[in-house]
Design a protein around this ligand. Structure first.
Ligand code: ADP
Length: 823
């Protein structure tokens, strides 16, 4: 406690005589009481056994002490009041003296220059106050000294020990307490004394001290002290814990700060410091320098703010940073593109692709419109439809090259989820943008040529409809503000040139088909394949494999062999693969021959027809007609598959039975129905065809279409099924060089079919000479490749009778009659 406070607390009192209750008359008997000058102290308590120096201002208390200094024992009575109560002693308000005070001895009384006095007071013992004897010029009161009775017993000892322990604990917490003081406390052996001494410690405030002072029973007094100490200790511990916790948190961040600082300094020393030590600032700078619309920047800056608030090490930070990475690395800005040159584009398309005149023309028209109308025109999306390997994707690549743009290709095969196109919302763990935005980021351009492969294989299920998302991507009216779930802000896709590809037209969802301009690419004839191989595939593969033109030549006969016996396809994909395989094998020999330490060897290779098998092993397909001779009950049809067209034989075998019909070879429902229709037609025409009307009651008919692993469907095998049936029942063989396609009605009318080009190509590939087709399709003949038109005899028909006339060979003796095994 500061001297100042003590000085301020000692208040001279000026209370009018009459106003004080309980004033004693000087002649009342002393009753072993003492008459002592009174000193009033504010906000402080001097306990018995305490010695304290004070500075006392002039006033009643000063005069009381001045008087006491002259008396024998230098004794005064101290009372202790609240600061505000001091005023009462000055005013005329009647004051009630407190019940207990402390008799103290003045050890020194020295008047100072400034009118105050320096005193030393030593507390002696409590005293009960009886009343005042005099008020001016200072108080004099009568009091009776109170001494502590003797105490003892286990309980008191235990209490004393506990309090002493508490003192130790206190000292541990506070430190800086002189060891002697602690030892002094330990030596105290009276409960009351101990209570009075500990009260002086910092755990007690004025109120606590006054309460201890006023408690005359020493054990009770010690209990009170114990209680205060316990409460204060609890508080101390709590405070210490809070401090420790705070300290730990601070320590951790301080540690990180120091480490970072060190790292920065080390970096600078190593010359790696690029003044971008704060990643947040670095991000802000990057965003501000980014070439992007304002809404993108503000979204990005907003995220940076969130990142700064959460801290770089928060769990959220990773997610935010990935997002920012996407925002800052997407190509938002304008990209310069020169004028589209139609002449240049045509040159590039011709350089890259053989034939395909119509397709190239359509592409050039499309580019011309784009050039003239720019984005004003809602130009439809080009969609190339055709079997694999006919150059759909590579045409897209050529368009990109012609326009000097980036090229991306994404396959939509098997995409069933809208999120694959449009991305997942950021709330998903591991969310990412959809394929469209991923592609854009990978080429770092917002105006590439973007090929969407396999649009016919997009599926729909419970995860949402990818078609609607695709529509938004492809629709020129909507795609300038394409919304990806992950990005949250729109991305402009209007400058992208989208090209779709598909194997088949039918499975493409209607709304999508409506947005697209369909360009069909049928497949190549053998001659075309040869040209493509010689002019494009061989030079390309040679270059890929690091071979010079003179190091590898492949003769035309060898290429024909590859086409006929190593591939069976509408396009040239496998042909290219086989050529690549030849190049690889030659490359290996050339490379080995040039190494030192080897005997060398030839470094140029000319591959002819006879060498092919040496390089590629035995042939994989037999070239030629499906059947080796004209057979009874077997007819050749053509199917239209995703891989182009293919020929298929249909076998019919009647066995003894009760008129059942058995169908095998993975036939679809439509094909099964057309088999039943064929049977009905034959029954209906039985007499005219020369078939016993009872034949059907006595036979079961088994229809089989080999290559059972391949599912087959569609109505276009109708006339082939009927022909095979009639052949089997009449015993007339079917010409093996005739192939046919057409749907048949119950009355024998032949209806039109699709995919004529692929089907005739397949027949041509297989060495068929005569091709029967529905009259309705006669108009499509003009679109067939010239080679096909010249090599095949194409016969349009409108009835089953015409089919039979062409397809059935007149029964000849070298063909065995159908053996009818007994069932
Ligand atoms: P698709 O996308 O139709 O399945 P690709 O575009 O992948 O087929 O073509 C397969 C390969 O055949 C490519 O290397 C392509 O360049 C080549 N190709 C296809 N058609 C032609 C053609 N008319 N002229 C030159 N090369 C062709």
């Amino acid at each position: 406690m500061s001297t100042n406070k003590r000085r301020a607390s000692v208040e001279p009192t000026t209370i009018p005589e009459e106003a004080l209750p309980g004033i004693l008359q000087p002649d009342e008997p002393l009753l072993e009481g003492r008459d002592l000058p009174l000193v009033v102290l504010g906000e402080m308590v001097i306990m018995p056994h305490m010695t304290i120096p004070l500075q006392v201002p002039p006033g009643k208390s000063y005069r009381a002490m001045e008087q006491a200094w002259q008396e024998d024992h230098h004794e005064v009575l101290l009372i202790f009041v609240r600061e505000y109560e001091l005023d009462g002693y000055k005013s005329s308000n009647p004051q009630k003296l407190p019940p207990i005070g402390v008799i103290a001895r003045l050890d020194e009384f020295a008047k100072l220059q400034d009118g105050t006095a320096r005193v030393i007071l030593e507390g002696l013992h409590r005293a009960e106050i009886q009343g005042s004897l005099q008020i001016t010029p200072f108080y004099r009161v009568r009091c009776i000294p109170v001494f502590d009775p003797e105490t003892g017993g286990m309980e008191v000892h235990a209490l004393m020990d506990t309090v002493k322990q508490q003192v130790d604990e206190f000292v541990d917490h506070l430190g800086e307490v002189p060891q002697e003081a602690v030892q002094f406390v330990h030596r105290i052996d009276r409960a009351g004394h101990l209570a009075d001494i500990v009260t002086w410690g910092p755990a007690f405030d004025f109120k606590d001290r006054l309460e201890v002072l006023n408690t005359l029973d020493p054990v009770e007094r010690l209990r009170k002290a114990h209680f205060v100490l316990a409460r204060q200790l609890e508080l101390l511990k709590l405070r210490a814990k809070i401090q420790q916790d705070t300290k730990e948190v601070l320590d951790q961040s301080q540690r990180e700060y120091f480490l970072r600082e060190q790292m920065r300094v080390i970096r600078r020393e190593l010359g790696e410091d690029d003044d971008s030590d704060d990643p947040i600032d670095e991000l802000r700078r990057k965003i501000n320098e980014m070439e992007a619309p304002e809404y993108v920047k503000s979204q990005a800056l907003h995220e940076v703010k969130r990142l700064a608030q959460q801290g770089m090490n928060s769990p959220e930070a990773g997610v935010i940073r990935t997002y920012l990475d996407w925002l800052t690395n997407l190509p938002w800005g304008e990209e310069p593109h020169g004028e589209i040159s139609i002449i240049e584009a045509q040159k590039v398309l011709d350089e890259d692709h053989y034939g395909l005149e119509k397709v190239k023309e359509r592409i050039l028209e499309y580019l011309a419109v784009r050039k003239l109308a720019g984005n004003k025109m809602r130009s439809p999306i080009l969609c190339f439809v055709g079997p694999p390997g006919v150059g759909k994707t590579s045409l897209g690549r050529s368009v990109a090259r012609a326009l000097d743009r980036q090229f991306i290709r994404t396959s939509l095969g098997g995409v069933r989820d809208e999120a694959e196109i449009r991305g997942h919302r950021r709330t998903y763990i591991g969310a990412m943008p959809g394929r469209i935005i991923q592609g854009i980021k990978s080429v770092k351009s917002n105006s590439p040529v973007y090929v969407l492969d396999e649009v016919d294989k997009v599926g729909t299920d419970f995860r949402g409809d990818p078609t609607s998302a695709l529509l938004e991507v492809l629709d020129p009216e909507q795609n300038s503000t394409f919304s990806d779930h992950y990005l949250e802000i729109p991305f402009d896709l209007s400058k992208v040139i989208f090209i779709a590809t598909a194997n088949q037209l039918e499975p493409i969802p209607g709304p999508l088909r409506d947005r697209m301009e369909i360009i069909e690419i049928g497949g190549y004839t053998e001659d075309e394949k040869l040209e493509i191989a010689r002019g494009f595939l061989i030079p390309k593969q040679r270059e890929f494999h690091g071979l010079e033109a003179e190091q590898l030549t492949i003769s035309s006969d060898a290429v024909i062999k590859l086409i006929r016996e190593y591939t069976r396809e509408a396009g040239v994909r496998n042909l290219e693969r086989e050529i690549a395989s030849l190049c690889r094998k030659v490359a290996r020999k050339v490379a080995a021959a040039s190494e030192p330490g080897t005997e060398g060897g030839p470094t140029s290779f000319a591959i002819d027809e006879s060498d092919v098998a040496t390089y590629l092993g035995p042939e994989r397909f037999t070239f030629g007609l499906a059947e080796e001779r004209d057979e009874i009950g077997v007819a050749t049809g053509v199917a239209w598959t995703t891989a182009g067209g293919d020929i298929l034989s249909i076998e019919v075998l009647p066995v003894k039975g009760k008129g059942g019909l058995q169908l095998t070879g993975q036939l679809g429902d439509v094909m099964k129905e057309s088999a039943q229709a064929a049977v009905s037609y034959v029954r209906y025409r039985a007499t005219e065809l020369g078939i016993d009307p009872n034949y059907f009651e006595e036979h079961n008919i088994h229809i089989h279409i080999p290559e059972g692993a391949v599912p087959k469907d569609g109505p276009s095998a109708g006339i082939t099924l009927t022909t095979a049936l009639i052949s089997a029942m009449t015993g007339k063989p079917v010409r093996r060089d005739v192939a046919m396609t057409g749907e048949v009605t119950l009355r024998g009318k032949v209806l039109g079919i699709g995919g004529l080009k692929e089907k005739t190509l397949a027949a041509h590939r297989a060495g068929i000479r005569t091709f029967i087709l529905p009259k309705e399709n006669a108009k499509d003949i003009i679109d067939l490749p010239a080679k096909v038109r010249n090599d095949l005899t194409l016969i349009p028909v409108s009835s089953m009778d015409e089919v039979l006339k062409i397809a059935l060979a007149s029964a000849s003796s070298d063909v065995p009659a159908v053996a009818v095994p007994v069932a």
